[in-house]
Design a protein around this ligand. Structure first.
Ligand SMILES: Cc1cc2nc3c(=O)[nH]c(=O)nc-3n(C[C@H](O)[C@H](O)[C@H](O)COP(=O)(O)OP(=O)(O)OC[C@H]3O[C@@H](n4cnc5c(N)ncnc54)[C@H](O)[C@@H]3O)c2cc1C
Length: 111
């Protein structure tokens, strides 16, 4: 059961001015074929929701606390009540997904 399905995602972007096209092979792309249009929508949404973005600041550790989590980076440490880990898998480290998420969850990544 998905709380936010692939169709919801297509609607999300269409509502914000980026329509999608489904190709014959089933792949879905923005009609403009421009990834920057997708990024612009996501950044605008973050801005509207008052989200702080910390780029070039990789998470080095996550510590569970009684009332949330402590997120450590080389620059600072942040407290959060809710944590969502979106670090990707470990199959293609060159893309930046080195399997850190498994470490934060105390799972071992097989590579
Ligand atoms: C070559 C290639 C081609 C692909 N082609 C397609 C395709 O045509 N269609 C398709 O649907 N899928 C495709 N995929 C798969 C698709 O890219 C992945 O399924 C998708 O990117 C997974 O999204 P994600 O958000 O889970 O993780 P990712 O996109 O991997 O994002 C994880 C992010 O977390 C960041 N991160 C990791 N560790 C840390 C840390 N410690 N601190 C801070 N940030 C961190 C990474 O830098 C990255 O930006 C392709 C993948 C590859 C490698």
């Amino acid at each position: 059961m998905f709380g936010f399905s692939n169709r919801d995602l297509i609607r999300f972007f269409r509502k914000r001015g980026v329509s999608m096209a489904v190709e014959n092979n089933g792949k879905v792309f923005p009609k403009t074929r421009n990834a920057a249009d997708v990024l612009a929508v996501l950044l605008e949404e973050c801005s509207e929701l008052g989200t702080d973005l910390h780029c070039e600041e990789p998470v080095t550790g996550v510590i569970r606390k009684s009332c949330g989590f402590e997120i450590e980076t080389p620059v600072a440490s942040y407290h959060t009540r809710v944590l969502v880990i979106t670090t990707g898998g470990a199959s293609y480290p060159r893309t930046g997904s080195s399997g850190d998420g498994y470490r934060f969850l105390n799972l071992s990544a097989s590579r």
